[in-house]
Design a protein around this ligand. Structure first.
Ligand SMILES: CCCCCCCCCCCCC/C=C/C(=O)SCCNC(=O)CCNC(=O)[C@H](O)C(C)(C)COP(=O)(O)OP(=O)(O)OC[C@H]1O[C@@H](n2cnc3c(N)ncnc32)[C@H](O)[C@@H]1OP(=O)(O)O
Length: 718
């Protein structure tokens, strides 16, 4: 709602009241319309201030209402009512003015912002455009190039930048509402003719066509198939080429297309999913709201390779004191230099003080004796990790949390090396750890709720989105990835090329296809894991060469590694590069010959594989594994899996994540296609739909938010 009060006799004050962000729900819109009419009808009121309760102006339209039938007064007539008012209306912007909140502010005749406020149009991230006049008013106020930047990227600006751009009239360090009241009094008798933005002519720079062409190219390059950014460009174009009223009609048309799109549904689902994962629960019933995190002031990182360095930087930047340990003096010095460089670049980019003094470097693991939490980040070698956990258990003070950055090894096996297995959890960072937003927090069967809560909170303090997952090989992300990689290898055996598979995946929206990503991360990493698992056997032919544990196995990746083709770092992998460390992937004729020889050797006949099969074979087994993970209780809900895939594995956000994507395709269709491929390739693993997937498909595709009701008691119910 919005409530009305009178300040200093002559100022009508409208306060938006809808915690936590004063979103423009039906009740708030109704409140604004009613109180505006009241302010305009009271003869003593000479000017009006609009503000938000609890230091937040407005977070925009209420996104929760988008899925339901719209009620209450629409936004567009509401902003027109404000702009057309005969008394000056001043927006007092504290905290945030985002989306519809900024559109509300732009309909006011003046805007006063607190210096800590942030303003912007984040609609594009929800698959929308600013549809309450934002695309028509902003260009009239600040010009086309700056509007295109803000509207197509969703970038939020500080009050200072907003002042510089001309979005706000004044910035204050004091109370913005008080400042707005004073301002409103000072402009009470001023003419409003020059204050209604919709009446401004839209500036037309001479190179207008070039500006729009460039903007379109830019969004095509970065949007990866998302339709909203390009549609935002079109809407701004209408502001320049059409009179305001016609521009508004065009904005509405374009908004309507986006509003009804699957992409908008996916992005809005993802918005809430990213927030839902913080309300974690474990298979044994521990929960976010009943588990208290332990205080952590000082942390340690053991092992300063690429991951350890990134984790050290993340911890220091978040304000933790860090003990960084690497046993060899030379490696320690190298790591120190690298970490310093990363901190300097980070401080410069973010405009924050350097955090060098937060870190103490040591060659001795004894240096971690007084820390509250340790993150082990050594090689992916169970024997080595076990030794370290034994040492840590003996050295660390009682109550210290012992965490591992393993990307898939058994947390419980590590916990069993310690005196306090309940204090052991996984903190699986993604490379580069100081950049990537995702953290998988892995609880073992013995991890206590406080340990999970502490790791989750640490992640949040480091600016990560933390997702709590159970302990299994590969956890959630890498467990599902295995299925995706396997299918890609099988497709090569059957006749596809790396370029073809990658092209299909990139058209779907991944920033890079599976083979390009493998080349980037290094083919030797998976090879080492497969060797440790006993999967890499000496070369021999015959059908058994491609069978492991009774299922089909492709040794293609192993064979490439045996040739020293480790990807970008060696200049050759699934593609060729101009030099070791080169970044531009080019098709490699050697590989085509190699694949032909391989197929001939194993009696395989290459066939034509179409786009649909590549996509379905790569994605549906991965999705099926996601359902298996839910069935096993490793992830609490589909949102956890989707957030992990979007933030950690490049799944296109406008497709919501693999589980949301499955819900849109139709679970019955996913089951049908998996069964189809299973019939053709009975020996291929991962094609048999799991029980939970079948069960959900059989109860006529319930909406994704209903899945938890079916999953609730994973083991007993299924
Ligand atoms: C059928 C055809 C139709 C034709 C149409 C005709 C024309 C119709 C015109 C309509 C035009 C509408 C145009 C306007 C569109 C919009 O305004 S879209 C919304 C734009 N705003 C945003 O995207 C802001 C999103 N929110 C945030 O970025 C952040 O939440 C924040 C505001 C910066 C606060 O961040 P933080 O403090 O970190 O808290 P959070 O955890 O993120 O959020 C706290 C809770 O608040 C919920 N929430 C936030 N914003 C909204 C919102 N806008 N609506 C509803 N709820 C919101 C958030 O979900 C959190 O709650 P929980 O999920 O319960 O944790």
């Amino acid at each position: 709602m919005a409530f009305y009060s009178r300040v200093s006799g002559s100022v009508g004050m409208i306060t938006l009241q809808n915690p936590p962000v004063n979103a423009l729900s039906a009740a708030v819109r109704q409140g604004i319309v009613d109180t505006m009419h009241r302010a305009l009808s009271e003869p003593e009121v000479k000017s009006v201030v609009i503000c938000g309760q609890n230091g937040k102006f407005c977070g925009g339209a209420d996104i929760r209402e988008f899925g339901a039938k719209m009620t209450g007064p629409p936004l567009v007539p509401m902003v027109h009512l404000i702009e057309a008012a005969s008394k000056p209306v001043v927006a007092a912007i504290e905290g945030i003015a985002l989306g519809g909140g900024l559109e509300l502010a732009l309909s006011c005749h003046y805007r006063i912002a607190h210096s800590k406020a942030r303003l912007g149009f984040p609609e594009v991230a929800l698959g929308l455009l600013p549809g309450a006049g934002g695309t028509q008013r902003l260009p009239r106020l600040i010009g086309v190039p700056a509007s295109l930047d803000l509207i197509t990227t969703g970038r939020q600006v500080t009050a200072a930048e907003a002042r510089q751009l001309g979005i706000v009239d004044e910035v204050t360090d004091l109370n913005a509402v008080d400042a707005a009241v004073k301002f409103a009094q000072s402009v009470a008798d001023k003419s409003l003719d020059a204050r209604r933005i919709s009446t401004y002519p839209c500036p037309r720079p001479p190179d207008l066509d070039t500006i729009f062409e460039r903007a379109m190219q830019q969004v095509r390059r970065s949007a990866r198939g998302a339709i909203a950014p390009g549609t935002c460009v079109q809407a701004v174009h209408a502001a320049v080429t059409l009179p305001y009223a016609k521009g508004m009609e065009r904005e509405r048309e374009l908004f309507s297309v986006l509003f009804n799109s699957g992409q908008a549904r996916a992005l809005q689902y993802y918005f809430f999913a990213q927030r839902a994962v913080s309300r974690w629960s474990t298979a044994s019933g521990a929960r976010w709201d009943t588990s208290k995190p332990r205080p952590v002031h000082k942390a340690a990182v053991i092992g300063l390779g690429t991951m350890g360095r990134g984790i050290t930087v993340s911890l220091a930047q978040a304000g933790f004191s860090v003990v960084a340990v690497e046993t060899q003096e030379k490696q320690l010095l190298e790591a120190k230099q690298a970490v310093s460089g990363m901190l300097e670049r980070g401080a410069k980019r973010r405009g924050v003080p350097l955090a060098h003094d937060k870190i103490k470097y040591s060659c001795s693991v004894q240096a971690v004796a007084d820390v509250d939490l340790v993150i082990e980040a050594v090689f992916e070698d169970m024997a080595l990790k076990k030794t370290i956990f034994q040492q840590l258990s003996a050295i660390c003070k009682p109550g210290a949390l012992l965490c591992t950055n393993t990307s898939g090894l058994d947390i419980d096996e590590l916990a069993s090396q310690t005196q306090s297995p309940e204090l052991v959890v996984g903190m699986h960072f993604f490379a580069p750890a100081h950049v990537m937003q995702l953290l998988e927090v892995v609880y073992g069967p013995r991890s206590c709720p406080e340990a999970v809560a502490t790791a989750m909170q640490m992640g949040k303090k480091m600016g990560k989105v933390s997702v709590a997952v159970g302990n299994c090989r590969g956890f959630v992300g890498n467990r599902m990835l295995k299925l995706y990689l396997e299918q890609a290898f099988f497709l090569l055996e059957e006749g596809a090329t790396p370029e073809q598979v990658d092209q299909v995946l990139e058209e779907f929206g991944f920033p890079m296809g599976v083979f390009k990503v493998s080349d980037l991360s290094g083919l030797d990493i998976g090879w080492k894991v497969r060797k440790a698992d006993g999967l890499v056997l000496p070369a021999f032919t015959g059908t058994s060469a491609r069978i492991r544990g009774g299922s089909r196995y492709s040794p293609l990746g192993d064979l490439l590694c045996e040739q020293g083709r480790f990807g970008q770092k060696t200049g050759k992998g699934w593609y060729q590069y101009d030099k070791p460390g080169g970044r531009v992937a080019k098709p490699d004729p050697w590989l085509f010959g190699f694949l032909e020889d391989y197929r001939a050797q194993h009696g395989l006949v290459a066939r034509r594989i179409d786009h649909q099969e590549v996509l379905e074979r790569c994605l549906y087994p991965l999705i099926n594994e996601g359902f298996q993970i839910l069935q096993d209780g490793i992830a609490a809900g589909p949102e956890d899996i989707d957030v992990i895939y979007v933030l950690g594995y490049g799944w296109p956000r406008h497709r919501g994540g693999p589980m949301f994507y499955a819900s849109q395709v139709g679970l019955d269709k996913v089951v049908e296609r998996l069964e189809h491929y299973q019939q053709i390739h009975p020996d291929v693993p991962g094609l048999q739909p799991c029980r939970l997937l079948r069960k959900l498909a059989a109860i006529s595709n319930p909406a994704i938010h209903k899945w938890r009701e079916v999953i609730q008691k994973p083991r007993s119910q299924l």
